[in-house]
Design a binder for this molecule. Structure first.
Ligand code: ATP
Length: 194
């Protein structure tokens, strides 16, 4: 059986991330999802420290059967690149499949060593039924191993971590946008306040 990996900043994790993990378990030939919070971001500034984001991810997925959270990228020094996580996953977990949103996959060719990633792992791209297929094909036709890219039919929820951070900063509620345990932790740790 394969394992799906869900990487991300998780600053904070939200209901869209949980829905994506559930869709993967329902639709893909996998027996578990491993959530991998980013250690150090290669491309963007992340204010919330990695240990706190890991704690948030553990809270978000605590009630999800067959989902676990990995410290792997936190333990690895330097920026977290998917190709390095793919090497680890192929060696330690066996037959990994990365879960990637369609927006992110549009930039796949700019990632570090995309072809190596596809030798080590498959990529399941969450595609909105009927609307993301052409975008996906634009990338796929330029790959040596297009067979390693599979589609996961999934309609993303209208929520992002950016929106949640902004809502908290403005004193607005985030109920329903994050799992309740995440909302509690955000309040307790006073995250995202100005
Ligand atoms: P930010 O707003 O800070 O950029 P984000 O909400 O996009 O964050 P990430 O932690 O960067 O969250 O995302 C991790 C993974 O989850 C990515 O593969 C991304 O495509 C996917 N994802 C993000 N938002 C959603 C959503 N609303 N529904 C489903 N998947 C999502």
């Amino acid at each position: 059986m394969s394992v799906a990996l869900l990487g991300g900043t998780f600053d904070p994790p939200h209901v869209g991330h949980v829905a994506l993990a559930r869709a993967a378990l329902a639709e893909l030939p996998i027996d578990r999802v491993v959530v991998v919070p980013l250690g150090e971001a290669p491309h963007k500034a992340v204010e919330t420290d990695a240990e706190t984001r890991l704690r948030l991810a553990e809270a978000a997925f605590a009630d999800e059967p067959r989902v676990e959270v990995s410290r792997h990228e936190l333990e690895r020094p330097g920026p977290s690149y998917t190709v390095d996580t793919a090497r680890w996953a192929a060696g330690e977990l066996g037959d990994p499949i990365f879960l990637v949103g369609a927006d992110e996959f549009a930039d796949f060719l700019t990632w570090r060593e995309p072809e190596t990633i596809l030798e080590l792992a498959r990529v399941a791209v969450a595609v909105r039924p009927g609307s993301d297929a052409a975008r996906l094909d634009r990338v796929r036709t330029r790959l040596a191993r297009p067979d390693r890219v599979v589609e996961l039919p999934f309609t993303p929820l209208d929520v992002s971590s950016t929106e949640i951070r902004e809502r908290v900063a403005n004193g607005e509620p985030i109920d329903g946008l994050v799992p309740p345990a995440v909302a509690r932790l955000v309040a307790e740790l006073r995250l995202y306040r100005p």
